[in-house]
Design a protein around this ligand. Structure first.
Ligand code: NAG
Ligand code: NAG
Ligand code: NAG
Ligand code: NAG
Ligand code: NAG
Ligand code: NAG
Ligand code: NAG
Length: 801
């Protein structure tokens, strides 16, 4: 790294401005530094500030080690006390202390001895030092010892407490990005809170590095302190060890603690005292930090260590997936098929598939994977209860996914001078693909904050398609006996299995009772297929195609719904009604009159009808309807019993993509309101409860697709007459072409599409199969299981009486 001796005027001004702003804020807001100014670790790496310069030959600190060697990078001095040697100090030594790119030594009072449980603890019992608090003497004498004994052997020196956790790998890459030849005093800058500030005897431009989360000095800085320990110990103004160290550094090295907002993230201090780091560790602050403080309960040191090890394992697994993807991509370019053994090839074709939502190809319609819809609750067609609270494991899974997505989105935030914060998930979808992983589609509300250049804060909505891939099958033993907390090999397995529990459900619990448990570990292989902005596709016209035979009153309700939701909101829609003759001639006339009325009232919307003088056949009706449209049109096949709300239109547009996706919403089907509410009409069609209705999982009649895609599968089979079967037939055709085409079927519950109850009469002219379907459907919509049970019980009760 080139030394910078010249001052760069631009950085000097930005530093000055930042400094003043920070300074003003500090006085108003006690100790918190605000992100109003932009000094970052980047500046620390590149800028020369007026208060520091590279030490020249006159700085008599001698020559340090050759730079670049891992074992010479960092010396860590941990201040501890006799009573903590077998707890905190041992915990530090057994966890992060072992991985330091350099050396770690513990410093305690005179006469301290390594505990029996850890006789090899590298310990220095400082002569003439006791364990009294504040530990000013211990601290300064430790630094002196460090300098005298190790000053020539290391590039960096870290003064740590015994209740801090340091991430060695991140610390190493951080230190390697900073020039150790410069005079530096790195840590989280503090000035005390408002009341304290006056008592700390600091000048207006002075600060100190807060001791708790750790303080890093370059050789030069340590030398200056060590050479003046006697003076500094004689001239103490306060009882705060870190304040005094800061004062000493300021006086003899001529530098303050790094003024940088980012240091709050890197040297993370949590003010919750004993509660800090006791709960869930899945927090962005913890993920971003290099040092974590305070860990009051030493057991948590092991827990945190295990947690970071787990993150590392995930990362390695992710790297493996990446390699598998590369192999697969390369193998397909090679002519020779035999480059891979069969087992390798199996692994690679399963794990190496590039991220995508069409990895699994169903053979028939019963294999198709359906999505669950999420919006505060989970709407799942596979459950008895159509709308349920989002369970804790899914909740946690979602939080994990969101945290990772936000990390991806913010990866280059610093370079771009903006941050994007997560606000909420507006809605989403999730599904499990037992072979490949968990898929998510999330519609997220984010806040875009630009802090460089023209500042602005705007809410944005983003749609993310995500896949959390399984990384392969692993066998792990789960110990059931209680382990000693200091057993660092005891990885907390619960965090690894989260998410998986969803997939395997009860079977995983059964498995873990027998020793070796089979686990898929989901995770880091989270791939962001793409995010797209929300506004892009909202102007596509939806062409409603409605077959109709009689049922004038229902048609009137349909038209009313169409007016309220579509026409009055200027939605881009059109309507095509296929009218079949009805038993009473009069009805058809009234239907036609109604349509004509609509046409007059809304001349800008295309509203049409076609009369067919033949027996009702849905397949034929929809085919005839479709002939009036072009290949590039989006067709929405609907029934007169359906009511819908605006959000349904959004979803139709989003999930119907030409050549890529056909949308098969699962509609909510109402039970007989007479039974549910004791009245003829339900008070709220969109009340999605177990009592009110069910997801019509086997209904495929309501769907939307581009006409070109309908043509691709050959359209409807118009020889199917009457009601039913034609929908399943079409659906199966789509399923059949899935393996070869890029087309996917998007099937998910849509809470804004509701099939309103009407009594079903099954026409005796129906064929055997259709009759069975009709009867099944009639039985389905009769009532909920619970209600029937109640009723039967009531009757039995009455009967007994
Ligand atoms: C920390 O967590 C443990 C176990 O969950 C609990 O027993 C203890 O009370 C917690 N301590 C604090 C200070 O919250
Ligand atoms: C500190 O830790 C507590 C308990 O784990 C947590 O609730 C709180 O959000 C943390 N505070 C900060 C500023 O991260
Ligand atoms: C295939 O994957 C399994 C499970 O991850 C692994 O144990 C095995 O070594 C892999 N085989 C080859 C040839 O890579
Ligand atoms: C779908 O395919 C699977 C696997 O071949 C088969 O077991 C199942 O019975 C099929 N289902 C239907 C409805 O055809
Ligand atoms: C942890 O595992 C390693 C490797 O399996 C083993 O060498 C070590 O003794 C174990 N440590 C403890 C405390 O059980
Ligand atoms: C025919 O329609 C008119 C109004 O359009 C209505 O008054 C009359 O009752 C209807 N007749 C039948 C048989 O439904
Ligand atoms: C259309 O349906 C009829 C009756 O179910 C069936 O016999 C015929 O094979 C089907 N035709 C095509 C092309 O699928």
């Amino acid at each position: 790294m080139a030394r910078r001796r010249k001052w760069n005027p631009a950085t000097v001004t930005s530093f000055a401005v930042g400094f003043i702003l920070g300074h003003l804020l500090l006085h108003k807001e006690s100790c918190s530094l605000r992100p109003t100014f932009e000094t970052t670790a980047e500046d620390l790496r590149t800028a020369a500030t007026p208060l520091e310069r590279s030490p020249g030959p006159e700085d008599d600190v001698g020559k340090g080690p050759n730079r670049g060697k891992t074992e010479d990078l960092l010396f860590v001095g941990v201040m501890t006390a006799q009573k903590y040697l077998d707890t905190r100090a041992t915990a530090v030594y057994r966890t992060w202390g072992k991985k330091i790119p350099g050396k770690i030594v513990f410093f305690s009072s005179e006469g301290s001895k390594a505990p029996d449980s850890q006789p090899d603890l590298p310990l220095v019992a400082l002569p003439d030092v006791d364990d009294s608090y504040p530990p000013q003497k211990k601290s300064f004498l430790m630094l002196q010892y460090m300098w005298e004994k190790y000053g020539r052997s290391f590039e960096w020196f870290l003064r740590a407490d015994d209740d801090v956790y340091i991430r060695p790998d991140k610390m190493e890459s951080f230190l390697r990005s900073v020039d150790s030849q410069r005079r530096l005093f790195i840590g989280q800058a503090g000035r005390g809170n408002q009341e304290e500030f006056g008592l700390l005897s600091l000048e207006y431009d002075e600060n100190f590095c807060m001791g708790g989360p750790g303080v890093i000095m370059s050789r030069f800085t340590l030398a200056k302190v060590a050479q003046n320990v006697r003076y500094c110990l004689k001239n103490l103004y306060t009882t705060h060890e870190d304040v005094e160290l800061g004062r000493c550094v300021q006086k003899f090295a001529g530098i303050p603690c790094t003024w940088s907002y980012e240091m709050q993230t890197i040297f993370y201090h949590n003010g919750s005292g004993n509660a800090a780091f006791n709960g869930s560790l899945k927090k962005k602050e913890i993920h971003r930090a290099i040092t974590l403080h305070p860990i009051k309960d030493y057991h948590n040191m092991y827990r945190i260590h295990n947690y970071f090890k787990m993150l590392q394992v995930r990362e390695e697994k992710f790297n493996r997936i990446q390699v598998q993807r590369d192999i697969l991509a390369m193998a397909s370019l090679l002519q020779e098929k035999e480059v891979l053994t069969e087992e390798e090839s199996n692994n690679v074709t399963l794990l190496g598939k590039p991220p995508g939502l069409t990895k699994f190809r169903p053979i028939n319609y019963s294999e198709l994977l359906t999505w669950d819809f999420l919006q505060r609750s989970i709407y799942s067609p596979s459950k008895f209860n159509p709308r349920m609270k989002i369970g804790s494991s899914l909740q946690e899974g979602l939080e994990d996914v969101v945290r990772e997505v936000m990390d991806m989105i913010n990866m280059y935030s610093k370079q771009r001078g903006r941050v994007i914060d997560f606000k909420e998930i507006l809605y989403g979808y999730t599904r499990y693909d037992p072979l490949h992983g968990v898929d998510y589609i999330l519609d997220m509300l984010l806040v875009y904050k630009k802090y460089r250049g023209r500042k602005m804060t705007v809410p944005v909505r983003r749609h993310a398609y995500l896949q959390q891939q399984y990384t392969g099958v692993t066998i792990r033993e789960i110990h059931l006996e209680k382990e000693s907390p200091s057993d660092i090999n005891n990885t907390d397995s619960s965090s690894l299995t989260v998410g998986i529990k969803n997939v395997l459900g009860k079977s995983i619990n059964k498995l873990s009772r027998n020793l070796p448990a089979l686990l898929f570990s989901p995770h880091s292989p989270l791939a962001l297929s793409h995010t797209e902005s929300y506004e892009s596709i909202n102007d596509k016209t939806i062409n409603f195609i409605l077959p109709l035979s009689g049922r004038f009153d229902t048609f009137r309700r349909f038209v009313q719904n169409f007016e309220t939701v579509c026409l009055n909101n200027r939605e881009k829609v059109s309507l095509m009604v296929i009218v079949f003759p009805s038993e009473q001639e009069n009805t058809t006339q009234r239907i036609v009159d109604t349509i004509r009325g609509l046409q007059k009232q809304y001349p800008n919307t295309q509203i049409r009808y076609v009369s067919l003088y033949e027996n009702f056949a849905r397949a034929r009706a929809l085919s005839v309807g479709a002939t009036h449209y072009e290949s590039r049109d989006l067709l929405f096949f609907i029934d007169v019993d359906i009511v819908w709300r605006t959000e349904a239109l959004r979803r139709i547009r989003r999930h119907t993509l030409s050549g890529a996706s056909v949308y098969y919403p699962i509609v909510f089907s109402e039970f007989d309101p007479q039974r549910v509410y004791r009245q003829g009409v339900s008070p709220d069609n969109f009340a999605i409860t177990e009592r009110a209705g069910y997801w019509r999982q086997y209904g495929f009649g309501i769907c939307s697709m581009y006409k070109s895609d309908l043509e691709k599968v050959g359209g409807f089979n118009t020889s199917i007459v009457g009601w039913g079967k034609e929908d399943v037939d079409l659906f199966e055709k789509f399923v059949k072409i899935m393996p070869e085409s890029k087309l996917r079927i998007f099937r998910a519950p849509d809470p804004d599409l509701v099939h309103v109850y009407h009594p079903v009469t099954c026409n005796s002219k129906l064929g055997e199969e259709q009759m069975a379907m009709c009867k099944a459907s009639r039985a389905d919509s009769y009532s909920s299981m619970n209600l029937l049970e109640e009723e039967l019980r009531q009757r039995a009760h009455n009967g007994v009486r």
